[in-house]
Design a protein around this ligand. Sequence first.
Ligand code: ASP
Ligand code: MG
Length: 467
Amino acid sequence: MIVMKFGGTSNEDAAAMRNVIRLVKNHIDEQPVVVISAIAKATNELELTARTAALGKEDEAIAIVTRLFERHNTIIDNLLVSRSVASELEGIFFHHLAEIKALVKGIAILRELTPRMLDAICSYGERLSSRIIAAGLLEAGVESEWVDARDFMLTDDNFGRAQPVLTAVEVNLEKEIRPLVAQRKVPVTQGFIGITRSGEYTTMGRESSDYSASIIGGAMNAAKVQIWTDVDGILTADPRVVKSVKKLKRLSFEEAFELSYFGAKVLHPRTMLPVIEKNIPVQILNSKRDGTGTMVDFHFDGNEEQPDAVRIKSIAHKNDIAVVSIFPRKRFSPYMFWEEIFNVLTAYGITTGMTATSEFKIAFAVDETTVSEGLVHELEKFGSLEVLHKKGSICLVGKGMRGAGGILPRIFQTLPDFQVYMISFGASDANITLVIDDECLHEAVNNLHAALFEHDELPGMFEELPH
Ligand code: ASP
Ligand code: MG
């Protein structure tokens, strides 16, 4: 079996849903389990409903959510031919709207929105969209069956960022989903949401439908997990910054990890964890344009025929970086000093993708927004601080870089006029990261892209994008 996950823009209206149905039919021989996100913007609107209610504006909140339900009913009307199926769904949705109105009333009276209430309201997005897709598939002659995530996706009760209880989820999937697959049915379920032991809906964090897909794929040993989205796959750079981007045919998990960590909007690192363990490939595909997408899998190590070739595959960049340097006040022993500094960072929930140390001094690059007064105050207990603002990072990703001797000169040749504040190279075999001035970031990324990707040194690795 495979998992096919469709994101919000893949479900935005009846035409988009018809396309989802077409894609599922195309893959029917691979025995898909379908994971659905809420329709485009639905989660935002549900969240807005809840937050508006918390301000005591009950009528306004109800108006927002009523419009959202009307949008769903329009999709039903435009998608489904059978009036009886359509009105059955509309009946269920009417009931759901009444449930939300009751929640809104409670929130508006108390003027308090707990994470539990927010999850209860946000869960409806996926619950509605998944039902429409399941009905649409049935009507299109696919034996689909709607399965509520509450029947298998057991999570803890960290509302808003719930974690699945994997052992239980695995057992539940064998009971609830596997038999359907065995009967050649197509189960349709929701991403994003889960259920606590006491039966309350949870959500696993915004944009976590991919994570749901990967949990299901991992637990059921899927042949692969397909993430159907609105981009052609993983690209050589951000297309908003570089015009001539190409698509990568294949990437390793490690490379995808580095890319997403350093700012590329590809797969969330968390999404990859459940499938990495089982060595299950993840394919990123555009639901609006036929193509082969990008395959992210395990031991892909560049181009086997050219083992010495430089294998930079993609450039990620991030704005709004600050470089913080600390000079120890007292003569701490080096590791005491490091320990104290990292304890402070941990206490503030800060991870830094980049650190540099000299004999005593420590420098690290962090998101500008994390440099709070409190953090500065805590760090100043251990030494004097220098904070450089308005920096940006560029991360060049590609496995096998450490062995590729010529790569550093090539990179620096393209950046002769840029001041470089930090470099990280060597900790991972798959990335080189530089910190430069934020205002030069786009120019530098374009220079690097031209130097590294214009001549296709690794035939077969990239694909031009269709226009
Ligand atoms: N619908 C949820 C969100 O918008 C989950 C997802 O789309 O992945 O955050
Ligand atoms: Mg989404």
